[in-house]
Design a protein around this ligand. Structure first.
Ligand code: NAP
Ligand code: MG
Length: 482
């Protein structure tokens, strides 16, 4: 018998009306557990309770809030191997990455624990005689958090930690593909000294409970990370109630390798950025924009690096690339391989389904050569271990290809030229730019987000998060004498 896991509704663990199976993408015979699905009544109950709990939480002193966040963060870090292994088992990334993700999630909580004490306002004199002005940030209220499966613990944490830090209640709808990580984080949060119902977990599908959550007039703000089509649906629902919304979505990140680059560094940066996390990162380097003069040597070394990557069971030692998250995602990836071939790109390695000793969703890292930026494989987010090489013969052409996209999350350049690196940093139209570093891999104390279709609303992470999780109040105070 598999264990059943529950939702946290108004502070109580509750069964919903049905359950879904959570299976290991590295070995589909491995059933991780059964996860209950929240009902719409439970959603209403928990939203009502959250409203009261938020008012109570806002009255907690800063040290009390700080200590709650510290305790969550410390436990995540201390248990990063155990919880990272669970994450890897359900999502498919190698354990080192799963562990690193849970540790990073802990750092988001300890960072925002410290931010609890750094919430300062502003004062000003009025333009009128005898009046003072006090400007401060207040919580927005009840925040709906909707998170994806690819970084199930980190993405949720970089939303939940600032939401709590700035005095809000949270109702969390995680991705149904990764419910085990969601339950584990919720268990840690639920045992803290917080008002009952301040934090809720509502597992269920996006199209049912997710849609009901974003349509609810009891939600004051929605933070979403996921795909562009779902983001557009959420924004449309949010606008009906004029609910504050922040969204981080897909991308089609470009890495430029210039003629003066250190080729070995460029190959390491490109292979890590393109294939790390099985290419299932919103920051993945999926367009490799390579200067003609070094293209042959770069491509040869990149193919060798891709072929050397060990694809295998996420929990097995030595695995560098785990499986794709699901059968559906694998089918979509294979469809993109077919699209690329039909468009005239040359597949120079990988891009195949792999049959290993366990039945799972394995795919070999694939590289397309001789591609053009107009091709669908260079315009649409594939979320696959696939990279395309686009050749250019100048820096100016490289920059214009980088910026010729509907997205704008990250971009990078590998070069030894300070002048080019500086120009690129200033002119690439993305929210994050990297120089001689992969396009994936960011810190937690500075803003994260993109331009174009990649993001909507204020930036996440670091101090920028205050913009979304608070609302500004301007108070005018007179001494009250006539
Ligand atoms: P997704 O299909 O858009 O789903 C994201 C979340 O939204 C899931 O929890 C999903 O629930 C839920 N959802 C789906 N339909 C909904 C609806 N109508 N109303 C409310 N919620 C709904 O994305 P995904 O496949 O999980 O994740 C991959 C995508 O995330 C990629 O596009 C990737 O680029 C993006 N991503 C972006 C960032 C970033 O910071 N920019 C980071 C990581 C990932 P269910 O899946 O349970 O149905
Ligand atoms: Mg999806």
């Amino acid at each position: 018998m598999s264990k059943s896991y529950l939702n946290l509704i108004a502070g109580k663990w509750c069964e919903g009306d049905n359950e879904i199976e959570n299976r290991n993408p590295s070995d589909v015979a491995d059933l991780i557990g059964l996860y209950t699905q929240a009902t719409s009544d439970q959603l209403s109950t928990t939203l009502n309770r959250a409203k009261q709990a938020q008012i109570e939480w806002a009255t907690y002193g800063l040290e009390r809030k700080q200590s709650v966040l510290n305790s969550i963060g410390t436990e995540l870090m201390a248990r990063s191997l155990e919880l990272g292994t669970l994450l890897s088992r359900e999502e498919g990334k190698p354990v080192a990455e799963g562990k690193g993700e849970v540790y990073r999630a802990g750092q988001f909580f300890t960072y925002y624990a410290a931010e609890c004490l750094r919430q300062l306002g502003e004062n000003a004199d009025s333009v009128r005689d005898g009046i003072e002005i006090d400007v401060r940030r207040e919580p927005v209220g009840v925040v709906a958090v909707i998170s994806p499966w690819n970084f199930p613990t980190a993405t949720a944490s970089w939303k939940i930690a600032p939401a709590l830090c700035y005095g809000n209640a949270v109702v969390w709808k995680p991705a149904n593909l990764t419910p085990a990580s969601a339950v584990a984080l919720t268990e840690i949060i639920a045992k803290q000294d917080i008002p009952e119902g301040l934090f809720s977990l509502v597992m269920g599908s996006g199209s049912t409970i997710g849609q009901q959550l974003v349509e609810s007039a009891d939600v004051d703000a929605i933070t979403f990370t996921g795909s562009v089509p779902v983001g557009k649906q959420i924004a449309a629902a949010a606008i009906e109630n004029l609910t504050k919304v922040q969204m981080e979505m897909g991308s089609k990140n470009a890495l430029v390798v210039m003629d003066d680059a250190d080729v070995d560094l460029a190959v390491t940066v490109a292979a890590g950025g393109a294939f790390g996390g099985t290419g299932q990162k919103c920051t993945a380097s999926s367009r490799l924009i390579i200067h003609d003069s070094i293209s042959d040597v770069f491509t040869e070394k990149l193919i060798a690096a891709a072929k050397a990557l060990k694809v295998g069971h996420a929990l097995e030692e030595g695995t560098q690339i785990g499986p794709v998250v699901s059968e559906q995602q694998l089918q979509e990836n294979l469809d993109y391989v077919a699209v690329g071939l039909k468009e005239g790109a040359d597949l120079v390695c990988g891009g195949d389904r792999l049959e290993l000793s366990h039945e799972g969703y394995y795919m070999s890292p694939g590289i397309f050569m001789n591609t053009r930026n107009e091709m669908r494989i260079n315009r649409e987010e594939m979320f696959a271990p696939l990279a395309s090489i686009i050749n250019v013969d100048s820096y100016d052409e490289a920059l214009s290809v980088v910026n010729d996209t509907q997205f704008g999350l990250t971009s990078g350049i590998v070069t030894k030229s300070l002048a080019r690196a500086t120009h690129f940093r200033r002119n690439a139209r993305t929210g994050v730019v990297t120089v001689n570093l992969p396009t994936a891999g960011t810190d937690y104390h500075v803003p994260f987000g993109g331009r174009g279709d990649s993001s909507y609303g204020p930036r996440e992470q670091g101090r920028s998060a205050a913009e979304f999780y608070t609302t500004v109040k301007t108070a005018y105070i007179s001494a009250g004498q006539a």
